[in-house]
Ligand binder design. Structure first.
Ligand code: URA
Length: 222
């Protein structure tokens, strides 16, 4: 599934005033095993157009394996589809300072600019569970009251935020949301690795139970 070209163009226009670069489409099947919502692409992703193909992506693929799914079976997107950057300096080989771009978290205005894109994906990608990877993705979906550190590994059943004009409102429909940490969190805090592993074990069991129930319900209907 890919969002319509007009919607991608609309998103690019809305985010143009902000310090971001590139554009990466969400990617995966329309009926995936999971819908993953991250933060924003980084340098690698805007280079090759593949979400989660950089350093954090490699970790994510290992986590998905624990949950029992492959990249091909999930739909991957994020709150913002362009790379938010800030200018910084690093030391060149001869000791001179070289200016370069660094990744940064997207701001709430950037998230709002790309909200119609994620809204479209939530409406058109039919996944039994939405996995929020990190606080940016989680808060975009369920508001600022929730924190990954407090609800990771729990299944939330609730509406999600959707843009109406320039204001968010709650959807009527309820979704299954499974919050966990952003895979890049392990680069800053190694102890998060164990927590993600245990979340992925829980996710694997949840998926299995959902599919068993689904099959039982189908059987009941016949
Ligand atoms: N982090 C994200 O949220 N998305 C990517 O595609 C890469 C890193």
């Amino acid at each position: 599934m890919r969002i319509p070209e007009e919607l991608a163009e609309f998103g690019k226009k809305r985010i143009a005033p902000f310090p971001v670069e590139g554009f990466v489409y969400g990617s995966g099947p329309q009926y995936p095993e999971l819908l993953l919502v991250g933060e924003a692409p980084g340098e690698t992703e805007i280079g090759n157009g593949i979400p989660f193909s950089g350093r954090a992506g490699k970790e994510l693929m290992k986590f998905l394996e624990i949950a029992g799914v492959t990249r091909e079976e999930v739909y991957i997107t994020s709150a913002v589809r362009s790379r938010p950057y800030k200018w910084g300096e690093k030391n060149g080989p001869d000791g001179t300072k070289i200016k370069r771009k660094y990744n940064r978290a997207p701001t709430s205005r950037e998230i709002l600019a790309h909200a119609p894109l994620l809204d479209y994906e939530i409406e058109h990608v039919h996944a039994p569970i939405i996995v929020a990877l990190g606080n940016i993705g989680l808060k975009r979906l369920v508001g600022n009251d929730k924190k990954v550190s407090e609800c990771h590994g729990e299944l939330l059943m609730q509406p999600v935020l959707r843009l109406n004009g320039e204001q968010y409102e709650w959807t009527e429909k309820e979704y299954r949301i499974f919050p966990t940490f952003h895979p890049a969190a392990i680069f800053y805090n190694r102890s998060v690795l164990e927590l993600i592993h245990s979340d992925m074990e829980k996710l694997r069991i949840l998926r299995r139970n959902l599919s068993v129930n689904h099959q039982a319900n189908q059987y009941k209907d016949h």
